[in-house]
Structure formats: C-alpha cells, structure tokens
Write a protein that binds this ligand. Structure first.
Ligand SMILES: C[S@@+](CC[C@H](N)C(=O)[O-])C[C@H]1O[C@@H](n2cnc3c(N)ncnc32)[C@H](O)[C@@H]1O
Ligand SMILES: Nc1nc2[nH]cc(C(=O)O)c2c(=O)[nH]1
Ligand code: SF4
Ligand SMILES: [Mg+2]
Length: 210
C-alpha cells in the first residue's frame, strides 16, 4: 500500500492508529465496575497538561490498523466496547461503530467532544476541556458529563459545562490523579452541597489494572 492510499483509508476511518486494546473493568463514571474491552486510538491535539496518556498524542507513532481486525479482537472479549484515546473523534468513527454494532456489541466513547461527533454510540462520556471546547452536537447527545478537577476554577468550569448538556445527562466530578489528595476533600464538600453531581474516581488506578 502506498503512503497516500494508507492516508485515504485513515481519512475514511477504515484504518485507525491503534495505540492499544485491552480487556479490563471500566474504572470511571456511570459504568464503573463493568467489564469492557478498550480500544485506544492514537492522536490528540487538545494538550491537557495533566493528561495521563500523553504517549497517545502523536498519531503517527501508532500503527494504522484495519477496523475489521479491531472488531474481530473485540468480539472475543466483551459485549461492552469503550473507544478512547487520544481523542477518538479526530477520526471518522462511523465505520468502526457500525461494525461493532453489527456484531451486537454496545459502543461507548470517552471524548473531549472537541471534534465533530461521528459514530453511533450507546453511551457518550463527554469530558470537556477548557483549551478546546466541545461541539454543540455532543452537548445535546452526551449521556454523561465527566469534569476533571485539578484546581478550584474547575468547579466553575464544570457548572458552565453542566448548563450546556441535555437534561438527562449524568454529572460527575473526577479528581485529577496527581492532585487527588488536595482536591478530593473539596469535591466531597462540593457534591454534598450540590447533589446533582456525583463523584467519579479512577478506580482502575486503585485496583492496579489497566
Ligand atoms: C485519556 S482521556 C481520552 C479520551 C478523550 N481524549 C477525553 O479526554 O475525554 C480519558 C479520560 O481520562 C480523563 N483523564 C485524563 N487524564 C486524567 C488525569 N490525570 N486525572 C483524571 N482523569 C484524567 C479524561 O478527562 C477523560 O475523561
Ligand atoms: N480501566 C480503565 N477505565 C477507564 N475509563 C476511561 C479510561 C480512558 O483512558 O479513557 C480508562 C482506562 O484507561 N482504564
Ligand atoms: S483531550 Fe483527552 S487524550 Fe487529549 S490531552 Fe486531554 S485528556 Fe489527554
Ligand atoms: Mg485512562
């Protein structure tokens, strides 16, 4: 395959830069505790300074992988598939999600929402970032809003984002991992005072699983 043929397939979402795929327990948010197969797609230019997967950022470092092979692996492990990254919405997610759904699998996404929403999703976890805000469409369609708390201004940002999502959207505050000791007491107080929010922890990091 020539370089331009490969690029054309990436542009269509028929190949995706695959960083890793693994079967684990969803650690975060509404589906925390549920066994799920994770597909981590490379490429992200949002640039969160505390990102826990910076190795994902440069798409070219991850092999362009046929979606048929990603789906074939996924079907062996789980009925619940979480597509994450990197920022998965930098790629056209229509072909991957239609193949996953054709196999009867539930499609979940973890996204900043900073790029146009593609794909058919059973669950959208939107985690907005100040540096590159979500699109209007993803606010309307998100099932879960998961705001990361690194400092006190992030509570203000979280409320601003909560005002933009649909009324059925579940609301979560999740401590930034490196600041957890400092911010957890503030999150606890905040959720007790504002019970429309729930706490989300990165439970996989406490369990020492991927
Ligand atoms: C690595 S991101 C990939 C998906 C997408 N780019 C996004 O940000 O939603 C997956 C989830 O981890 C969260 N996350 C990343 N780094 C974190 C950290 N240091 N502490 C807590 N959550 C973090 C993100 O906000 C997001 O909800
Ligand atoms: N166990 C586990 N749960 C997760 N939930 C969201 C994750 C992500 O990086 O998107 C993640 C992850 O990396 N591992
Ligand atoms: S948007 Fe997601 S993957 Fe990209 S830098 Fe931020 S947390 Fe990391
Ligand atoms: Mg993670």
């Amino acid at each position: 395959m020539t370089k331009s043929e490969r690029q054309a397939l990436l542009n269509k979402g028929l190949l995706l830069p695959l960083m890793e795929e693994f079967y684990t327990i969803q650690g975060e948010g509404f589906h925390k505790g549920t066994a799920a197969y994770f597909i981590r797609v490379g490429g992200c230019d949002v640039g969160c300074h505390w990102c826990d997967v910076k190795e994902s950022w440069v798409a070219e470092l991850h092999p362009p992988t046929a979606i048929e092979s990603i789906v074939a692996h996924a079907t062996k492990y789980s009925k619940t598939i979480v597509v994450t990254g990197g920022e998965p919405l930098m790629w056209n997610m229509d072909p991957l999600t239609s193949k996953l759904r054709a196999e009867g699998l539930q499609t979940h996404i973890e996204t900043s929402g900073a790029y146009p929403l593609t794909g058919q999703w059973d669950w959208i976890c939107l985690s907005p970032k100040k540096r590159k805000l979500p699109t209007h469409e993803v606010y309307a369609k998100a099932h879960e809003l998961k705001c990361i708390i690194f400092n006190k201004d992030d509570f203000r940002f979280a409320e601003e984002q909560a005002a933009k999502v649909n009324t059925n959207c579940k609301l979560y505050l999740q401590p930034e991992w490196s600041k957890r000791d400092k911010v957890v007491p503030d999150i606890v107080d905040y959720v007790m005072a504002n019970p429309k929010w729930k706490v989300s922890l990165q439970t996989h990091k406490y369990l020492n699983i991927p």
